[in-house]
Design a protein. Structure first.
Length: 362
């Protein structure tokens, strides 16, 4: 008999399991993958910690969360400063004075503001009807065409003119020469990768890997279930399937010390089918003789694919509300995380939510 059956050995499940175990509760953690760590899983290849499911950079302004994770690993001082390539042209991200100077040959914030404001006025958009118009209203024509349109269409698998405007609430323009992508107080990568953190978080828990929830839900007896999987799958798609986006990762070991010179390079044109290339060693300032890159391809989700993030358009949000109402009737199950709540969360938000839930039911 367990106090908690925790479905998913990712961030939410592992943090919650750790807190409950520390308070004397008995937890069983199950995950259908063959490893712990969820999408944060890292494995070492050629001395390089490879982020198996894409780049995961912890950034937060929540001091308690930052102190919490630093109990389990020492974080380095990595600053996320991606670059973008459009038709062979290279631009700094986020959109800042380095970007504007490269695009228009200008030097001052006033010049950049003047160009952007002029482009937005010429568009004469007042009420954006779709994502394309929303983005144009925020950043003007040049930035949209070169750095937003292609990347977004690859990411979502639809034309920007067919996507709802609320998918892009803001596109920050920074009129400083600062390539730091995040504005949070703390950010970094754990030295030695993320997997070590999950090994420590799950110490003292029973763990079943390569095990789907459906295999244990009738045989394992637990007082409560923490479910971080797809909420629609939990209810056997009784209202129909929610929509997700999936990803495919293509790794390559290259016999050179430094291949692209940056951890993350986005490809914002349509010539490259992938959205970005990650060179993992740069997350930890590696000097290994070889390097590993990963090309990241967005994929249309199907029921046999791994869901990575929800498609929160009007249809799906209305469908989710039906499942949420059904979930409210299950007092023995907590639906948590990106898939359980059908909402995109950053890593620090997931950690905070897991800590708060654990504290509320200690």
């Amino acid at each position: 008999m367990y106090d908690y059956l925790i479905v998913g050995a990712g961030l939410f499940g592992s943090v919650f399991a750790h807190e409950m175990t520390a308070h004397g509760r008995k937890c069983l953690v199950v995950d259908r993958r063959a490893h712990i760590g969820g999408n944060c899983f890292t494995e070492q290849i050629e001395g390089i910690n490879v982020h198996r499911y894409g780049a995961h950079i912890l950034h937060t302004s929540d001091e308690a969360v930052w102190k919490y994770v630093n109990q389990f690993a020492q974080f380095n001082n990595f600053i996320n400063s991606p670059v973008a390539i459009y038709n062979g042209e290279l631009y700094n991200l986020p959109f800042n004075m380095n970007t504007f100077s490269r695009m228009w040959g200008i030097k001052t914030p006033a010049e950049a503001r003047s160009i952007i404001d002029s482009q937005i006025r010429e568009l004469n958009i007042h009420e954006p009807k779709n994502l394309e118009e929303q983005a144009l209203l925020l950043v003007g024509t040049d930035i949209y065409e070169k750095l937003v349109k292609g990347y977004t269409e690859k990411q979502w698998g639809r034309a920007c003119a067919e996507l709802p405007p609320f998918l892009i609430k803001r596109l920050p323009l920074r009129f400083t020469f600062d390539n730091n992508y995040f504005t949070d107080r703390w950010q970094g990568i754990p030295q030695g990768g993320y997997t070590q953190i999950f090994e420590k978080l799950l110490k003292g828990c029973d763990i079943l890997l390569g095990t789907d929830y459906s295999q244990v839900k009738d045989s394992v007896h637990a007082e409560k279930t923490i479910y971080t999987g797809q909420i629609d799958l939990f209810f056997d798609y009784c209202f129909g399937s929610l929509e997700y986006r999936s990803l495919r990762f293509e790794d390559e070991l290259i016999d050179c010390e430094n291949w692209q010179g940056n951890a993350v390079v986005n490809y914002t044109d349509h010539y490259a089918a992938y959205t970005r290339i990650i060179e993992h060693k740069h997350f930890e300032f590696g000097a290994q003789p070889k390097t590993i890159i990963t090309r990241e391809y967005p994929v249309q989700w199907e029921k046999n694919c791994e869901p990575y993030y929800p498609v929160n358009d009007e249809r799906n949000n209305l469908l989710y509300m039906k499942y949420k109402k059904l979930a409210a009737e299950r007092s023995d199950v907590f639906f948590c995380g990106r898939l359980g709540e059908y909402k995109y969360y950053n890593m620090d938000q997931i950690i905070r939510q897991a800590l708060d839930l654990a504290k509320s039911i200690e």
